[in-house]
Design a protein around this ligand. Sequence first.
Ligand SMILES: Cc1ncc(C[n+]2csc(CCOP(=O)(O)OP(=O)(O)O)c2C)c(N)n1
Ligand SMILES: [Mg+2]
Length: 314
Amino acid sequence: MKKAATEPPSRIPYPRLAALTARRGAARRSPAQTTAAASEKRRVERGEGKSPLSSDLLKKLDAYWRAANYLSVGQIYLYDNPLLKKPLKREHIKPRLLGHWGTTPGLNFLYVHLNRVINEQNLNVIYITGPGHGGPGLVANTYLEGSYSELYPNISQDEEGMQKLFKQFSFPGGIPSHVAPETPGSIHEGGELGYALAHAYGAVFDNPDLIAACVVGDGEAETGPLATSWHANKFLNPVRDGAVLPVLHLNGYKIAGPTVLARIPKEELDALLRGYGYRPCFVEGAEPAEMHQLMAATLDVVIADIKTIQYDGR
Ligand SMILES: Cc1ncc(C[n+]2csc(CCOP(=O)(O)OP(=O)(O)O)c2C)c(N)n1
Ligand SMILES: [Mg+2]
């Protein structure tokens, strides 16, 4: 069904409007706060957001991220010796490897950062990841948070369970190498690139409380379906639909080949995405502590923006 972006809010039944208005009313900003928020927004757009994480939270987010990375790399490479208690030997490595590391640390990074805003702001978020080879990252995170073992009790949260978790990945009788229907929380199967953003928009239509955070691989972005899906925002009505937060993962490569969007000048990419109807924020760098602060500052601003757009519309 086509969504009419110009439909007046009053015609749309929205039972939770009162509750939402009350929540927003309580958080109404003074003129000074509004000016501060506007300048933080401009800083974030330039990739210079301030540092909202305390040193304790920064340490915890980083530890969670590194644990998810360990669990991901273990799935790709390790047949045995899951905690590397013994010196690594050839027989501990899988005889035939599948997948590549590429997108995974980025997906894991965003996963833990989304968890922070979900917990702090009680948000309803679904995480959709386009680059199929990030499959181990999603399995790793669901294992780390406990939902994987809840669904598959034989993959327990101990050394024995971890060994099975690692062995089963892309292994005969095990699990697929991409996110698949059996991955907890999944609605988007990896494998054929191109449909992540379309699925993210589909998930939020007529689902006003949902935010779909959708990672688009820079290689995936070169597929026809994905290149077209940016325009799905034309069908989104902030009054009765949820929101999509696309995250373009510019890691520079599609497996080993260079990507177009990572090679064009930043201003050109910015203009391209603005032309599609988005307001891009850049989170760039390589130093983890700095990147955690930058991502946290950026997510704070974009989530506040989503809430403002929805509040104004509703
Ligand atoms: C439609 C389609 N074409 C080609 C492939 C093969 N393929 C798998 S991963 C990949 C590269 C994807 O690049 P990107 O989204 O940037 O992920 P990254 O390599 O950074 O992990 C390609 C071309 C595929 N899975 N689906
Ligand atoms: Mg890439």
